[in-house]
Design a protein around this ligand. Structure first.
Ligand code: G6P
Length: 608
């Protein structure tokens, strides 16, 4: 994680560094810092906590401008989130910011300490500064010295570096973490973690490749590959949607984003579904008959989107569908070959483990598809086919609208593949597609449960643990509900398959254990209903999310029920996501936690 920015224009850079850091804060907010150089002087400001703390410090201390500068927003890996561990780090003449993890840092650090190095921080980054500084004493050529020193690192990194006395030289290097170079729309050069960070200054973007180094001045830039050969990389014209850092009438980005769901789902569906004739049109040449299985890999909320799709894809295609979390998948040596259709699902398109899994699948000959929200991301560029989601920029760390758009794409893909393989016929496909076309209205209607959820949230804000249960596609929604609650309220919550409860977790049930049971009126409703009775018999504090008709029956049992709009089984995961998102949100608001930037989290996880 962590976001990095570097600017060399020869003019004032501080405002630019801060505006980029605002766009990078989604990568971590444990601390932030900037450094500039001017007239032989280096100025550095760092602050623990959010960027606002750094801004305040700069205001209090006074700005010292420079024609070159680097900046960083941190998600702590090595060392506590203190000011002392905040980047930029300065070692002799080297000023450095880093995203990633240096795996051989302990050996390098021991070696440096033995040789008398004076370490100021607990970070792995400082070790890189020492290595470069030492090498510069041996080799006066900055380009070769930097390449030699960085060649000693194992692990993942994206770096921005300045050298004291070199006020027209900005250095970047990457391996395993993304780094882009921007050619200024007006002047100068920029390096940053992503195109979004450079969007205030540059539309001409170069995506550095693995092992690349860049040496940029305000007039020019040179890129070397990992073998040290001068190379030319493509310049891409990128129109990054400007991040509207605006909550509208809402108190939090999360609220703004989940209320956008009817619109962004509509927008996403419109890309894949012709609303006039209910025909699905997937713009990817996937010859489904050549595959014998489908594999979907992802992390976090995207993993739950994939888990919903497993039910749909198996039903629609009659093919075996495997779903896994990327951090496990990539190290399992999984059987993969040209008969596998491999799908990665990711909001950011940068998640380190998901990206590694995608690369593994490509390497082993699978056909790869990326379902991503950020069109300029690494996964978008590397997958064989890209199926974009159109959620727009999601600012809140806890994902809501991106999830809805992911399942929208996966639903259309299920119909398209099912029809192509012949397991569902044209009429069935059209019926399913016309069902999907109802989604924006139904999602909108689902928000009508907000007053009841608000009341429930009041009670939930007092508990320490709770359970979410569901069967079939409601099982992943139960897990997503539990994840949302954990992320933004810090209440311990778990999502279970309702039928699995009796194999252990039922021991937790007593009158102090609240349970949300997701029970749309579908083919497994009666089974879930039996589970509800089992829990009621043990005194569990149950709230059932179900239909109007079923809610009446449940209330007759003396249990709480909240009624959602009637919908088909196919659409249930969309509709039942709304109340679990609302519950997490209103509980967090009651508790006064930081809804948009919860503790310890980051939106884009670029370390494994
Ligand atoms: C982080 C975020 C989650 C997200 C997960 C996967 O943990 O906090 O909200 O679901 O990463 O991210 P991706 O960008 O790959 O969907």
């Amino acid at each position: 994680m962590c976001g990095i920015i570097g600017i060399v224009t020869g003019h004032t850079v501080v405002t630019g560094l801060i505006s980029s850091l605002k766009l990078l804060e989604y990568r971590g907010y444990d601390s932030a810092g900037i450094a500039t150089m001017q007239d032989g002087q280096v100025w550095r400001e760092r602050a623990a906590g959010k960027l606002a703390n750094l801004e305040k410090k700069i205001k209090d201390d006074g700005v010292r401008e420079g024609g070159i500068g680097i900046g960083h927003t941190r998600w702590a890996t090595h060392g506590a989130p203190t000011e002392g561990n905040a980047h930029p780090h300065i070692v002799d003449n080297v000023i450095i910011v880093h995203n990633g993890i240096i795996e051989n840092y302990a050996e390098l650090r021991d070696e440096l300490l033995e040789n008398g190095a004076n370490m100021q921080s607990e970070t792995d980054t400082e070790v890189i500064g020492h290595l470069i500084s030492q090498q510069l004493k041996i080799d006066k050529n900055i380009e070769t010295a930097v390449q030699t020193a960085i060649g000693k690192l194992t692990g993942a990194f994206a770096l921005a570096i300045m050298i004291k006395g070199e006020e027209n030289l900005l250095i970047g290097a990457r391996k395993g973490c993304p780094l882009v170079v921007g050619i200024g729309d007006v002047e100068g050069h920029y390096i940053g973690s992503d195109a979004l960070a450079l969007s205030p200054f540059s539309r001409q973007i170069i995506y550095l490749e693995e092992g690349d180094f860049v040496f940029a001045s305000k007039e020019d830039y040179r890129i070397f590959d990992q073998a040290g050969t001068l190379v030319t990389r493509d310049i891409n014209h990128v129109e990054v949607q400007s991040a509207t850092m605006d909550k509208g009438n809402h108190k939090h980005y999360m609220a703004k984003e989940f209320f956008e769901q009817p619109d962004v789902v509509q927008h996403t569906l419109a890309h894949y579904l012709n609303m006039d004739d209910n025909q699905i049109n997937i713009d990817a040449n996937l010859d489904i008959k050549k595959f014998d299985r489908i594999i979907i890999v992802s992390c976090g909320t995207s993993y739950y989107a994939a888990s919903v799709a497993k039910y749909w894809l198996e039903e629609a295609t009659n093919m075996s569908v495997e779903v896994d979390v990327a951090s496990e998948y990539r190290y399992r040596n999984p059987p993969l070959n040209a008969k596998c259709l491999f799908i990665v699902v990711s909001q950011s398109g940068e998640t380190a483990d998901s990206l590694a899994a995608l690369r593994l699948a490509k390497h082993k000959g699978a056909t790869t598809v990326a379902i991503v929200n950020v069109s300029t991301s690494t996964m978008s560029r590397e997958a064989d086919f890209v199926l974009p989601t159109f959620a727009g920029i999601e600012v809140c760390v806890a994902s809501t609208k991106a999830f809805m758009c992911q399942i929208s794409v996966l639903a259309t893909l299920s119909i398209a593949l099912g029809k192509a393989i012949g397991h569902i016929n044209a009429d069935q496909a059209t019926t399913m597609a016309s069902d999907l076309a109802q989604l924006p209205r139904l999602i909108n209607d689902a928000f009508m449960v907000e007053p009841e959820i608000k009341e429930l949230a009041h009670d939930i804000s007092k508990v320490e643990h709770m359970l979410f249960l569901g069967r079939n596609t409601s099982f992943p929604i139960a897990m997503e509900g539990a994840l949302k609650l954990k992320e933004i309220t810090y209440i311990h919550a778990e999502g279970y398959a309702a039928g699995e409860l009796k194999h252990g977790p039922i021991a937790l049930i007593d009158e102090k254990m609240p349970l949300i049971i997701i029970a749309p009126d579908n083919e497994v409703y009666e089974k879930t209903r039996s589970n509800i009775e089992e829990i009621a018999a043990r005194g569990g504090d149950i709230t059932v999310l179900t239909t109007q008709k079923r809610a009446k029956e449940i209330r007759k049992l003396g249990l709480k029920a909240i009624a959602l709009p009637d919908c088909s089984s196919f659409l249930a995961p969309f509709i039942y996501t709304v109340p679990v998102q609302l519950l997490a949100y209103h509980t967090a608001v009651h508790m006064g936690t930081d809804v948009d930037q919860p503790r310890n989290l980051a939106k884009s996880v670029t370390v494994e």
